[in-house]
Design a binder for this molecule. Structure first.
Ligand code: HPA
Ligand code: ZN
Length: 344
C-alpha cells in the first residue's frame, strides 16, 4: 500500500478529539440549499457547486460574511437538530470520539430564534449520538466579540439560568482585529465565578499580544488558534512552560490566508518547542476538510509523522474539558489503539 494511504487509514481509524469547531461552520452546502428551500429563503446560489465556489476567502471577515449568511437558513428545531446530527454523524465516520462544539446564540437571537429552539434541536441530536454510538460531546458557549461585552454577559446569564449544565465553557469568536481581549474582562470574570471553563480565539489575525492578554486579562485556560504567538519567542516559552493548549486549525489558516501555504505553517515548530498543540477543523465545510483531512494534509504538506500525529491527538484529549475519569478512559483507549496499530 502507498505510504500516504497507509497514514490516511491509520489516522482515520485513530480515536481522536476535536476542541475547536463552530457548529455553524459544519453546515454543508446541500443542507444550506435544502433549508433555504424549506424556508423560502432566496440565496445567490442555485447548486452545491455554486456554493462551494463562494468558499474562496481573502481573510477572516470575507469568510464571516458568508458564515453569518448560512445561519440565516437555520431557524427551527428541526434545522438545529439536523445541523448537529450531520456533524456528529461525521464524527462517527471520522472516529472523533470526543468533540467540544462552539454554539453561538448571538447569530440567532436577533433574528427572533430563541435559545430554547436551538437547544432543543441540538439536545435531540446529541442524545441520539450518545445513545447510538457513545459519542462524547461538550458544548461551549461562544460569544461574538464584534458585539458589545454586555450583550455577551446577557447571553451568558440567559444560558446559565435557562440551560444550567448545558455548556461546559465559554469562548470568544468573530473578528479579532479591533476587538481586543481587554474589552471582555467582566464577561470572563462572571463566567469563571459561575464555574465555567474558559477559552478564547486569539492570535489568528490578531497579534501575539492578544494571546498574552487573553491569558492575563481574561484568565483563559486554552487559546483557540494562537499561531501568531510565534512572533513573540518569550510567549512561546511561556506557553510551553505553562502547558497552555493551542487549538490550531491548519486548513482554516490557509483558507483565511493566515499562512499562504500549508508548507509555511508553524504548528510543528510550536509542538517541537513543547507547546501543547492540538489539530482541529474550525469550520470544516467552509475550509475544505474535517479533522482527518486536516491531519492528512499535514502529512502530505508538512511531513507530519506518526509520532507527532499521536502526540497531537494525546494533547487534544489532555486539553479537553472532560472530567478526570472520562479523560483517563479516552487516553487509555488511544493508548490501546497505538499499541495495536503502530504508526505506519
Ligand atoms: N475565527 C474567528 N471567528 C470565527 C472563526 C474563526 O476562525 N470561525 C468561526 N467564527
Ligand atoms: Zn474558530
Amino acid at each position: 500500500m502507498q505510504e500516504r494511504q497507509a497514514f490516511a487509514n491509520w489516522i482515520t481509524a485513530m480515536p481522536k478529539a476535536e476542541l475547536h469547531v463552530h457548529i455553524d461552520g459544519t453546515l454543508t452546502a446541500s443542507r444550506l440549499l435544502d433549508r433555504a428551500a424549506k424556508h423560502g429563503v432566496d440565496l445567490p446560489y442555485g447548486s452545491v457547486e455554486d456554493v462551494t465556489k463562494a468558499y474562496d476567502f481573502d481573510n477572516l471577515q470575507s469568510f464571516l460574511d458568508l458564515y453569518y449568511l448560512g445561519t440565516g437558513v437555520i431557524r427551527d428545531e428541526e434545522d438545529f437538530y439536523l445541523l448537529m446530527l450531520d456533524y456528529l454523524t461525521t464524527c462517527r465516520e471520522q472516529h472523533i470520539t470526543h468533540t467540544e462544539i462552539m454554539v453561538e446564540p448571538q447569530s440567532y437571537l436577533p433574528k427572533g430564534v430563541s435559545l430554547a429552539t436551538m437547544m432543543s434541536g441540538f439536545k435531540q441530536a446529541v442524545d441520539e449520538a450518545q445513545a447510538g454510538w457513545g459519542q462524547s460531546v461538550l458544548l461551549i458557549l461562544s460569544l461574538l466579540r464584534h458585539l458589545p461585552e454586555e450583550d455577551g454577559i446577557d447571553v451568558l446569564e440567559l444560558a446559565h439560568s435557562s440551560f444550567p449544565g448545558s455548556f461546559v465553557a465559554i469562548g470568544l469568536a468573530s473578528s479579532e482585529v479591533g476587538h481586543p481581549p481587554v474589552g471582555f474582562t467582566e464577561l470572563y470574570a462572571r463566567a469563571r465565578s459561575l464555574g465555567y471553563r474558559t477559552t478564547a480565539h486569539a492570535g489568528e489575525e490578531g497579534p501575539a499580544s492578544f494571546v498574552a492578554d487573553s491569558l492575563d486579562l481574561l484568565g483563559v485556560e486554552r487559546i483557540d488558534h494562537g499561531i501568531r504567538s510565534a512572533e513573540d519567542p518569550a510567549l512561546v516559552v511561556r506557553l510551553a512552560r505553562e502547558q497552555i493548549p493551542l487549538t490550531v486549525c491548519p486548513l482554516s489558516n490557509v483558507k483565511l490566508k493566515v499562512f499562504e501555504r500549508l508548507e509555511d505553517h508553524n504548528l510543528l515548530e510550536a509542538l517541537d518547542a513543547g507547546v501543547k498543540v492540538t489539530v482541529n477543523s474550525d469550520d470544516p465545510t467552509y475550509f475544505g476538510g474535517f479533522l482527518n483531512e486536516n491531519f492528512i494534509a499535514l502529512h502530505e504538506h508538512l511531513l507530519l509523522d506518526g509520532k507527532r500525529a499521536a502526540r497531537l491527538t494525546r494533547n487534544a484529549f489532555e486539553a479537553s474539558f472532560l472530567p478526570a475519569k472520562a479523560k483517563a478512559d479516552k487516553l487509555a483507549e488511544l493508548d490501546r489503539y497505538l499499541t495495536d496499530h503502530p504508526s505506519p
